[in-house]
Design a protein around this ligand. Structure first.
Ligand SMILES: *Cc1c(COP(=O)(O)O)cnc(C)c1O
Length: 392
């Protein structure tokens, strides 16, 4: 079945003989009772037995895991408390001291922080590559201790789309496990497992839940043996999904394909209009002709460039700050992927401590504004952007 259909018919376990609820039941229980010691002991053996304790498994959480595995085309999934829970859980489960990781240079800040920490404190070596060149990966992966390749389908805020087919095939050939953060594309635009990835990770906080009301994460595995190997480590870590968070995420998933189409259409229209303004010196959106990833984005993303775009204002730091304080429809907030449009300006928020030189070294233009385009009417968003630019 097509993704639009699979998203609506989320996985729901049998509830009662002959009738069952259309909405997945929220099983808000920490533990489950048994009448037989043997059955309880047996249930504790692995990830797929009867429910014992909700850190190990819960019916609502399992419905989310099976739904996500279905959407990504994976053999199974593990849900986490947040995207960072999923990323930390997968990295900690798969790496040991002395291992080497090859990672895309433009990574989500939290992922970069975990890799830096693992490198500084656990003797793991990280080599950064551009992500645009398969041979660069092959050279980096020549070392026999290379264990993982870490990529993102669409990077933030550059909109870079790495050379996924070539890199994932090369990782397969060289026996390196590949992990792709698919949060910004969602399974609507790209399913990295179908391109050869071993693990897909998500911040379900973003497009999958889609309503800015829940934190969550997930890892989806191409091979069920890998999921079963990772599962005990994640039970130890304890960054498990809460049933209510899983329920809210399941509440968002049926409309994911519709929302994604609206995010993509809005972002593409705004990117083109912004690029035509003289006070905007650059627009970064992978679906815009001229973006460095344009060709690969058209190949690996199905039908849109996502909902996140960034642009540089000629007026620099001052203009960026005035813009994010001047918008009325869009809100000044971190995060992305929700139904409402959000804007942020790194040089006056997350990166305000950096002087001009340090900003340049981090590759962040002083007038760079990031916008997560929501599903509002695009003319209202454009009017809002124009008044904020003219006012600033
Ligand atoms: C937000 C985000 C994360 C972290 O997810 P949380 O749910 O905030 O922990 C990881 N990767 C990407 C690409 C993200 O956008």
């Amino acid at each position: 079945m097509e993704l639009d259909t699979r998203a609506v018919h989320v996985i729901n376990e049998p509830f009662q003989e002959g009738s069952w609820p259309l909405s997945v039941p929220l099983v808000q229980s920490s533990a489950f009772a048994f009448s037989s010691a043997d059955e309880l002991a047996e249930a504790m053996a692995g990830p797929d037995g009867r429910y014992v304790y909700s850190r190990r498994g819960n019916p609502t959480v399992r419905a989310l895991e099976q739904t996500l595995a279905g959407l990504e085309g994976g053999a199974g999934a593990i849900a986490f408390a947040s995207g960072m829970g999923a990323i930390s859980g997968v990295l900690l489960a798969l790496l040991k001291p002395g291992d080497r990781v090859v990672a895309q240079r433009c990574l989500y800040g939290g992922t970069y922080a975990v890799l830096s920490d693992l490198a500084a404190r656990y003797g793991i070596h990280v080599t950064y590559i551009s992500g645009d060149d398969t041979e660069e990966f092959e050279a980096a992966a020549r070392h026999p201790a290379t264990r993982l390749l870490v990529l993102e389908t669409i990077a933030n805020p550059t909109g870079q789309v790495p050379e996924l087919p070539g890199l994932l095939a090369a990782a397969r050939r060289t026996g390196v496990t590949s992990v792709v953060d698919n949060s910004l594309a969602s399974p609507v635009l790209c399913r990295p497992l179908e391109l050869g990835a071993d693990v897909v990770v998500h911040s379900t906080t973003k497009y999958l839940s889609g309503h800015s009301d829940v934190l969550g994460g997930a890892a989806v595995f191409a091979d069920d043996a890998l999921r079963r190997a990772v599962w005990p480590r994640t039970v130890e870590l304890g960054a498990c999904a809460d049933p209510f968070a899983a329920w809210l995420t399941l509440r968002g998933i049926p409309t994911l394909p519709l929302r994604m189409r609206a995010h993509c259409a809005g972002a593409a229209a705004l990117a083109e209009r912004l690029a035509a303004r003289p006070d905007v010196t650059a627009v970064h959106y992978p679906w815009l002709a001229g973006h460095p990833s344009y060709a690969i984005a058209r190949k690996v993303l199905a039908g849109g460039g996502g909902g996140l775009l960034s642009f540089e204002l000629a007026g620099g730091r001052e203009a960026g700050r005035a813009f994010i304080e001047g918008v009325r429809v869009a809100k000044l907030a971190l995060s992305l992927g929700g139904v409402e449009s959000l804007v942020t300006h790194p040089a006056s928020t997350s990166h305000r401590e950096l002087d001009a030189e340090a900003l340049a070294a981090a590759g962040i233009a002083p007038g760079l504004v990031r916008m997560s385009v929501g599903i509002e009417d695009v003319e209202d968003l454009w009017a809002d952007i124009q008044q904020a630019l003219d006012w600033g």
